[in-house]
Design a protein. Structure first.
Length: 142
């Protein structure tokens, strides 16, 4: 009986360990990390590490359209980047475009109205797309 219980406990201990190691977490795109810090939600980096890179801009855009304060902070970060570097990152460009798509879709009725922030998003969507390296270099040179 003791042997059976020991085997059962060992099997139970192995299953969660196997589940944890099979998780698909990965390193985040630095633009995503920078965006999370800008909206003061760096604690979400762990959550975003489980979102595939190709879906991260969509997930971030969805977060922004549901949190007006985060959207304001993000737009302030993009305005600084645009002023200092003459454009925004490719990742940020995707987020802006996806947020605008959400505001133009039927889902827009379920989120807070962006008001004048939508105009700022539209303005930033036309800015040049730069690499994060270019933006960082231009920030340092000013």
């Amino acid at each position: 009986m003791r042997l059976l219980l020991t085997a059962a406990f060992l099997a139970a201990a192995v299953v969660p360990a196997r589940a944890q190691t099979s998780a698909d977490a990965h390193m985040l795109d630095l633009s995503c990390v920078e965006a999370l810090v800008a909206i003061k939600e760096s604690r979400l980096a762990g959550v975003f590490s489980f979102v595939p890179d190709k879906d991260a801009p969509q997930a971030f855009a969805d977060l922004l359209v549901h949190d007006r304060k985060a959207l304001k902070r993000y737009l302030a970060k993009l305005a600084r980047d645009d002023k200092q570097a003459g454009g925004i990152s490719s990742w940020d460009h995707q987020v802006v475009g996806l947020a605008l798509q959400i505001y133009a879709s039927p889902i827009a009725g379920t989120v807070e109205k962006p008001g004048s922030l939508k105009g700022k998003l539209e303005g930033l969507s036309g800015e040049p797309s730069l690499s994060l390296e270019q933006i960082t270099t231009r920030r340092k040179s000013r």
